[in-house]
Design a protein around this ligand. Structure first.
Ligand SMILES: [Zn+2]
Length: 905
């Protein structure tokens, strides 16, 4: 599954204008429970965790469904070929909200059928024990078509021309296949599937495999798909509706991109991407994609993110379709999400984690592989630098005492959602894999992955299987080095103390301790017990090749060039750890800051800001670095700086020092913005164009009068000529206009939004509208966000608008959000409570008193989510305490700039 790997969302902090410019992340989620897992053994079916007995296993399912769309119900028949591994009179499998009839084994009625929706299990008692060997279970059943993405669901939509329709689709991960058919719904129970569906004859149907047979009878058509390879039940897919495809054949595979009729031509970009990505992955994994076809299905609206069903990947339509008015950010989201879901065709589908505690084997791998692919095919996007923002986001989450390990023990999948953390399972895991790829070398790492795929194809795996494959390829005990990163929460701060000999040669003394943003409550956690084997990349000087060093000992000593040279121990910002340099080394680094390699400079900015936030370094130490950027054009470094400055600016709002700090922030950004101007130049990279938008957007947000006036001038032209602003710049420009809008301008923006010609315009124009600062107009924007003016499928746009309103109107946004949470979170399906418990506090920390927020959350999420509320509230309380120390520190710094004799904070 995925959200948007990469850019953060309208629902992330800090809430500067920039966050509104980024595409809305579809949130993505999952399950697990909060203890560190013990070291694991390689996968065996009998030892795989789970609730289902292993004495009866499914070999092949034949499933036929007939949806009654109007009634939101369906009927089904199923025949499952079973293998009994020991004589038993009891057969247990998963069902949820299904009513079973005519249950027979080998044609004979069973004695008793007990379905328990609470436990999501059905237990059959047979008249006599089944013998060891192959048997057949047959049954009929009724089920319910959902309105949210769980099991078989219906998604209504409205086209720009006003016509409306309905698409049926499925989303099974993690445990919702049991809502569509009785099954052994745990990942270790691989079987083959053959699906049949009867739907209106004018509809198209798509499933994991190609169509084997289609029979039309009157107004209905019955389609049977070919038999799938052996796979887990959570990968079954079925979609149907008034869908059309664009298609191509490449490398012996048929590619289709499906969309609702009229939108299919917007699938051309995704179709080209898919062919390119598949060629690269066939080569990288050393195991050719094993299915005859790969479909990508654009599900309109509500469905959040994307899902890697084998051979039939489903996407929220905005993550798959690229129209003529789409922006580069839209294209980046499409490519990177495709790269993620297609990586799952190997990591997840061909080789599946044995149980949900190793979900990272699916998700971290898909995220890491997608970033590598996106970077490879789009070098001008500087994708790894963009991924640094995700890594920072993960480190922020992992620097809390309530953080959890990548591998987590899960006993019961029905407790789902209670402890999944996308920051850890996707982003930290991705960063840790990148660190180990760099440590082992990319070719050795790839050879290990190839060995892993070959050994486990069409089967399951544990983390131990991965470490063993990497050990075999590298000749090192990878598990011994890597397990500390996956089996315990947190990450280290590496302290570096340099000493110089008489000849100026430098020797480093290196030590580690866990990095926490706030001092730990020692009754809950002792940071002294955490230790890691840390792959350092030490570079002395500006151009030297970094040296691989594994930090394993206390006060480990390493030679590192000469004392005059700059130094980094996290070259290229590849490592998942922080570094604190001694004062003299930091002075050397500050003086050479402008000429450091981009990645080294990014690592220094990230670390210095985190040290400020944790209270380990003064704010001035960071601001001096930021001011040393000059007119360097590295986009990630600037993004890091504008994010940090934006945090202070937000915290300063309403205080006496705000305007002076905003002016200071503008003074740092303005020279670069002036150098870049407003319009893209020929040959400019997307990264530079993104930098321009970041800087102008923040200048507008921080009240730069020239920027505001220019945005207005461009908006006025745009009203009469839609070609006057490049699609990439529209959200930035319109958001600046909206921030400073009066009633007349607001009405003009609203009219523009109502006239949007496609989803891309609609998303931009309405999101801009929600940037308004005027309180009365903000109330109008909130009403619009909830109104039927937006089409049926636009739930995520509503969500984004409320998220954007939070920036200038925290109390209003909370009141709207809390009153409509169920509707706004519907696209997240069963993971909605997780968003509420763990992510909303990080966003609404400034909207209402924190005790009140905590009380509301506890009253609105299930009891098993309380650890997530703890995580969310830890983050919210940190932000409040951060505000309390950043504001006076910033005021003192600004005062010292005006009057240097006052000294610096
Ligand atoms: Zn995924």
């Amino acid at each position: 599954m995925t959200g948007i790997p990469g850019p953060r969302t309208a629902w992330s902090s800090p809430p500067t204008l920039r966050t509104m410019l980024l595409p809305l992340a579809a949130f993505v989620l999952f399950l697990a429970a909060p203890m560190a897992a013990p070291a694991e053994a390689p996968f065996t079916f009998d030892k795989a965790p789970g609730r289902l007995p292993k004495d009866v296993v499914p070999l092949h399912y034949r499933i036929a469904i007939v949806p009654q769309v109007k009634e939101k119900t369906f009927t089904g028949t199923e025949s499952v070929t079973l293998r009994s591994r020991s004589p038993t009179a009891t057969v247990v499998f998963n069902t949820l909200n299904l009513t079973l009839r005519n249950v027979r084994v080998d044609g004979k009625p069973v004695q008793r059928v007990v379905s328990d929706n609470q436990g999501q299990l059905t237990t059959l008692t047979l008249a006599a024990p089944m013998s060891v060997g192959v048997h057949t279970l047959t049954l009929s059943y009724n089920g319910v078509i959902g309105s949210g993405p769980q099991g078989l669901f219906a998604q209504p939509y409205t086209q720009p021309d006003g016509s409306s329709g309905l698409v049926l689709s499925t989303k099974m991960e993690s445990t919702d296949a049991r809502r569509m058919f009785p099954c052994w719904d745990e990942p270790a129970f691989r079987a083959t599937f053959q699906l049949t569906a009867t739907v209106p004859a004018e509809w198209a149907t798509v499933s994991n495999m190609p169509v084997a047979k289609r029979v039309v009878q009157g107004k209905l058509a019955t389609t049977t798909f070919e038999r799938s390879p052996r796979m887990p039940s959570y990968l079954v897919e079925f979609s149907a509706g008034d869908l059309q495809e664009v298609a191509a054949d490449h490398d012996g595979v048929h590619f289709g991109v499906w969309a609702v009729r009229g939108r299919e031509s917007d699938g051309a970009t995704a179709l080209a991407n898919a062919q390119q990505i598949l060629t690269d992955y066939n080569n990288y994994f050393g195991y050719p994609y094993p299915l005859p076809k790969l479909d990508s299905i654009a599900v309109p609206g509500g469905f959040s993110g994307a899902m890697e069903n084998w051979g039939a990947i489903t996407y929220n339509d905005q993550l798959l379709l690229v129209g003529s008015r789409s922006s580069i950010a839209d294209r980046q989201a499409v490519f990177s999400v495709q790269a993620h879901e297609m990586a799952h065709q190997w990591n997840g589908d061909l080789v599946t984690m044995g149980w949900w505690d190793d979900l990272w084997l699916n998700e971290s791998f898909a995220s890491w592989r997608a970033a590598k692919e996106t970077d490879l095919r789009n070098p001008s996007w500087k994708w790894w630098e963009k991924q640094d923002a995700d890594k920072e986001s993960a480190m922020r989450a992992d620097a809390r005492t309530s953080s959890q390990a990548i591998q987590r023990h899960v006993t019961d999948e029905v407790q789902a959602s209670s402890a999944f953390d996308p920051e850890i399972t996707y982003r930290k895991g991705q960063a840790v894999l990148r660190m180990f790829e760099a440590y082992l070398g990319p070719d050795t790492f790839r050879d290990g992955i190839r060995g892993y795929m070959k050994a486990r194809a069409f089967g399951n795996a544990t983390t131990a299987d991965l470490w063993n494959a990497l050990s075999k390829a590298s000749g090192q005990d990878v598990g011994a080095i890597a397990s500390g990163w996956t089996e315990q929460p947190g990450f280290p701060l590496v302290s570096v103390t340099a000493s110089c000999d008489a000849a100026g040669k430098r020797t480093l003394s290196l030590s580690q301790r866990r990095f926490l943003l706030q001092k730990s409550d020692s009754s809950r956690y002792d940071p002294a017990t955490s230790r890691w084997k840390i792959p350092l990349q030490i570079r002395s000087g500006l151009a030297g090749v970094p040296r691989n060093v594994l930090l394993t000992r206390e006060a480990q000593s390493e030679r590192a060039g000469t004392c005059q040279e700059p130094l980094t121990v996290n070259a290229g910002a590849v490592g998942f750890y922080r570094v604190q340099y001694d004062a003299a080394t930091l002075v050397t680094l500050s003086s050479t800051f402008g000429s450091l390699p981009d990645g080294d400079r990014i690592a220094l900015l990230d670390d210095q800001w985190a040290l400020v936030e944790s209270g380990a370094a003064p704010l001035a130490s960071y601001l001096m670095l930021a001011a040393s950027m000059g007119t360097d054009l590295d986009s990630r470094a600037w993004e890091q700086i504008t994010e940090a400055l934006g945090t202070v600016e937000y915290d300063e709002r309403g205080s006496a020092g705000h305007d002076a700090f905003a002016a200071y922030g503008r003074s740092i950004l303005k020279p670069v913005a002036e150098q870049l101007g407003w319009d893209a130049r020929p040959g400019e990279t997307p990264a530079i164009q993104q930098l321009r938008r970041t800087l102008i957007g923040d200048l507008g947000s921080w009240d730069d009068q020239e920027v505001i006036a220019e945005a207005h001038r461009r908006f006025t032209s745009f009203l009469s000529n839609r070609g006057a602003i490049d699609p990439n710049d529209q959200l930035m420009t319109l958001a600046i206009v909206a921030q400073h809008a009066d009633a007349t301008t607001f009405e003009q923006l609203h009219a523009l939004a109502k006239q949007a010609r496609d989803d891309a315009e609609q998303t931009r124009f309405y999101a801009a509208l929600a940037s308004v600062r005027d309180s009365e107009l903000a109330g109008q924007a909130a009403k619009i966000a909830l109104s039927s003016e937006l089409p049926a499928q636009a739930v995520q746009l509503r969500f984004r608008m409320i998220g954007t309103l939070q920036n200038a109107h925290p109390a209003l946004a909370w009141s709207i959000f809390s009153a409509n949470a169920e509707m706004l979170l519907a696209p997240f399906g069963h993971n909605a409570p997780l968003f509420l418990a763990q992510y909303s506090p990080n966003f609404f920390w400034n909207s209402l008193p924190l005790d009140q927020l905590e009380g509301w959350l506890k009253a609105h999420v299930p009891a098993e989510m309380s650890p997530n509320v703890v995580k969310g509230m830890e983050s919210a309380r940190f932000k409040a305490s951060e505000k309390a120390f950043l504001v006076p520190a910033a005021d003192a710094y600004i005062a010292s700039k005006k009057n240097p004799r006052n000294g610096q904070s």
